[in-house]
Design a protein around this ligand. Sequence first.
Ligand code: RB5
Length: 148
Amino acid sequence: MKIGIAADHGGYALKESLVRYLQSRNYDVKDFGAHSLDDQDDYPDFVVPLAKAVASGEVDRGIAVCGSGVGASIAANKVKGVRAALISDPFSARQGVEDDDMNLICLGGRVIGERLAEVFVDGFLNATFSGAERHKRRLAKVANLENQ
Ligand code: RB5
């Protein structure tokens, strides 16, 4: 599975830690930056290219980190085909994929620690969309909004 990851300065430290974690688990990781810590950088500059790569299929799943995870989530969901959510518990990390086909997880680098982030990322990456009719019906209603 190819994983894209991105962060601004608020998520930079957690992103660097997650890149090492994912590589140690033999994931193919594409890092969309930031590639150095710059406290003046802006999360859309990194999150939007990541979101576009998820939408196009260049990467299979995305991980976006900013200080709270809120800005990353707002930005990522502007890209057609992206289903992003800010995750702060392990249940939602898994169920967000199983029920809602979440393809990009957002995390708060100033909110959660490295180990908890790894637990959430593991849940996200190990889950698959159930494909249940009721979930497909709901997702179709959401996807329709992208064509209005
Ligand atoms: C940057 O200071 C901070 O606002 C950003 O990382 C993020 O938390 C936005 O949602």
